[in-house]
Design a protein around this ligand. Structure first.
Ligand SMILES: *Cc1c(COP(=O)(O)O)cnc(C)c1O
Length: 407
């Protein structure tokens, strides 16, 4: 397998030109330079392999004299357009796609953690990521220390001589804790630890963690990047040497994205700037409205002054996203009735798409835990996670109002 990838990397980004706005990058990033047959859009390269004209061309490729693709697990021109667009949006050298967000995380951990090393993760973290660490990384002798999010003092205490990585979401799920990435990066880098931020909940529009000192950003592109609840994909963005290593790793581990899904992702990303404006507006509006409602006990949304990380979020984020977590003044059954009463959001897991989605973590991602175990994690019977889509704010508020009236 070859690490060479045609026209990937910084050459397309034109580092000398001033940074473009998010919407311009979302529409044009990674695409304008590579139009085929004068087509405005990048085609779906639906191919598993690539033909060589003759043996000379094979040798030219192997010797690095010819930039082209060899086999579908190592490269695809449709992926590459997405990777360039995402690299431009996040302000990274390069990016690499994966079959899912989980695949981005697992491949990254496999590639970056030596046998018997140590990592630090935060407690409020995607459950499957924690399961992967517990069930699979322990087989490599990797140990993990779990700390409270947003606590850089605890982070400094958790770092050991064999610590290689600090991994956290920002914002986290479901409490939307926001880490001071620049401060955490200083703590990590002083001790030779690399910091990986899962930026799924922020999207590059709301926060660019690489600019604040993160060594790598990963995404579940299933969420805001894809934005239409119609595909699964993952991505990592960062400096060329790390992305090169991850590209090599995914070529071996095999969790590559289908070309058609890559094309849907590319199409979805074009409206990222526009969509995030609406997600941010709906999030803030609904969070404020819920906080003032007598049947709502508590709201977690980083745009509210009541959120523990509001000051950090206001300083580091351009918007607070469309996910609002709240607790009702209600028991389990009444919370179910509230969910059953809403007419616009669908009941379902996931977030970041144009359709609003609503769920009770107690009956969704935490179903397998006992009530006591759930409560220990703060996942109460009346906790609701709402991912606001891009519908009209007036309609969303009216819908929640009528559903709350039935509680
Ligand atoms: C959804 C999600 C993942 C997993 O991504 P998939 O695309 O579903 O594999 C990882 N991290 C966060 C924060 C997520 O929301």
């Amino acid at each position: 397998m070859s690490e060479r990838r045609p026209d990937s990397g910084p050459d397309e980004g034109d580092a000398s030109s001033p940074r473009r706005g998010n919407s311009t990058s979302a529409v044009h990033g990674g695409e304008r330079e590579s139009r085929e047959c004068n087509s405005i859009t990048v085609p779906i390269h639906q191919t598993s392999t690539y033909a060589f004209r003759d043996s000379d061309e094979v040798r030219a490729y192997q010797e690095g004299r010819s930039a082209r693709d060899e086999y579908g697990r190592y490269g695809n021109p449709t992926w590459r357009a997405v990777e360039r667009k995402l690299a431009e949006l996040e302000g990274g050298d390069d990016a690499v796609l994966f079959a899912s967000g989980m695949c981005a995380a697992t491949t990254t951990f496999f590639a970056m953690l030596p046998q018997g090393s140590h990592m630090v993760v935060t407690s409020d973290c995607y459950r499957r990521t924690r399961q992967f660490i517990r069930q699979y990384l322990t087989k490599l002798g990797v140990e993990a220390t779990v700390i409270e999010p947003a606590d850089t003092q605890k982070l400094a205490e958790a770092i050991r001589p064999d610590t290689k990585l600090f991994f956290t979401e920002c914002p986290t799920n479901p409490y939307l804790r926001v880490i001071d990435v620049a401060e955490a990066a200083r703590v990590c880098h002083a001790r030779g630890v690399k910091m990986i931020i899962d930026s799924t909940f922020a999207s590059p529009v709301n926060h660019r963690a690489l600019g604040d000192g993160a060594d790598l950003v990963i995404h579940s592109a299933t969420k805001y990047l894809g934005g239409h609840n119609d595909l699964l994909a993952g991505a990592a963005v960062g400096p060329a040497p790390i992305i090169g290593a991850l590209r090599e790793a995914v070529g071996v581990l095999g969790g590559v994205l289908d070309a058609h899904a890559a094309w849907l992702l590319l199409r979805g990303m074009k409206t990222l700037g526009l969509r995030m404006e609406r997600h941010n507006a709906n999030g803030l509006r609904v969070a404020k409205w819920l906080e003032a409602h007598p049947k709502v006990r508590r709201v977690w949304f980083p745009g509210l002054a009541s959120h523990p990380d509001h000051a950090v979020a206001a300083r580091t984020m351009r918007g607070f996203g469309g996910v609002v977590t709240f607790e009702l003044e209600a028991d389990f059954d009444a919370t179910c009735r509230f969910l059953d009463g809403v007419r616009i959001p669908y009941i379902g897991p996931s977030l970041g798409g144009v359709e609003s989605l609503i769920e009770m973590p107690a009956t969704m991602s935490y179903w397998d835990l006992s009530r006591d175990e759930r409560y220990a994690l703060g996942i109460t019977d009346s906790l609701v996670r709402l991912s606001l889509g891009v519908e009209d704010g007036d309609d969303l508020v009216a819908d929640l109002e009528q559903a709350l009236a039935a509680v």
